[in-house]
Write a protein that binds this ligand. Structure first.
Ligand code: PGA
Length: 250
């Protein structure tokens, strides 16, 4: 049995004070995690302070993006070593908002994943199709391209450090969740693809999260699907009670 991994993507929400409050509430109300894992991804400006809040708890810290560069004249960018120095263990890469709003392409995402791994950060690697692509019947083709390109030159040993997050773009922030069956179908396809690209044992071990309008009232059913190993939660992680209820359904 694979463990479940729940991650909260705060996106561009919560200034320093609000971040400290949310992290503190979460820590206070944290349910028993058992083998399961919990990650929160605050904005850059709150990482160090949130790390102070959660450091004696089982909550792990992640960032929402990272540069592929080590250092230098890249105004506004943040490097892997900077993220590590404030306590990050994880970093979300390839989120659909980065792909669409900031025009991040597969090759750049692949470079970022490789950089993160070489610096000892674990990527939460996001993929997913748009509504147009789903309606055009090319969901599998799209996620396959994203996986193949995103994981280019990544070894099986390093794959074990990656969390894959399947997030259909049409379900993100829209209140439209993929049905558990729709999500399971893609997750199964992804696991079979990974078995082909790497090996059956590697695919079997891989954590594949679902993301896109996960809420307390749909988390249980999504997380009970055979190939859904966790959730990447946006909107519903911004209130500690709804996030705690999602964690409890894992
Ligand atoms: P959402 O966001 O839960 O608000 O749909 C998920 C995500 O973007 O990771």
């Amino acid at each position: 049995m694979r463990r479940k991994v729940i991650a909260g993507n705060w996106k561009m929400n919560n200034d320093l004070g609000a971040s400290i409050s949310l992290a503190s509430e979460l820590k206070t109300n944290l349910p028993e995690l058992g083998e399961n894992q919990l990650i929160i991804c605050p904005p850059f400006t709150s990482l160090e302070s949130v790390n102070e809040v959660i450091k004696d708890s089982p909550i792990a810290l992640g960032a929402q993006n990272m540069s592929k560069q080590d250092s230098g004249a890249y105004t506004g960018e943040v490097s892997a070593s900077m993220l590590k120095s404030v306590g990050c263990e994880y970093v979300i890469l390839g989120h659909s908002e980065r792909r669409t709003i900031f025009n991040e392409q597969d090759a750049l995402i692949n470079a970022k994943i490789r950089k993160a791994l070489s610096e000892g950060l674990k990527p939460i690697f996001c993929i997913g199709e748009t509504l147009e692509e789903r309606e055009g019947g090319i969901t599998n083709q799209v996620v396959k391209r994203q996986v193949v390109e995103g994981l280019k030159d990544i070894t099986e040993e390093n794959l074990a450090l990656i969390i894959l997050a399947y997030e259909p773009v049409w379900a993100i922030g829209t209140g439209k969740t993929a049905t558990p069956e729709q999500a399971q179908e893609v997750h199964k396809f992804l696991r079979e693809l990974l078995a082909e690209l790497y090996s059956a044992p590697a695919a079997d071990k891989l954590i594949i999260q679902y993301g896109g309008s996960v809420k307390p009232d749909n988390a249980g059913e999504l997380l009970s699907q055979a190939d859904i190993d966790g959730a990447l939660v946006g909107g519903a992680c911004l209130k500690s009670d709804s996030f705690v209820n999602i964690i409890k359904s894992a």
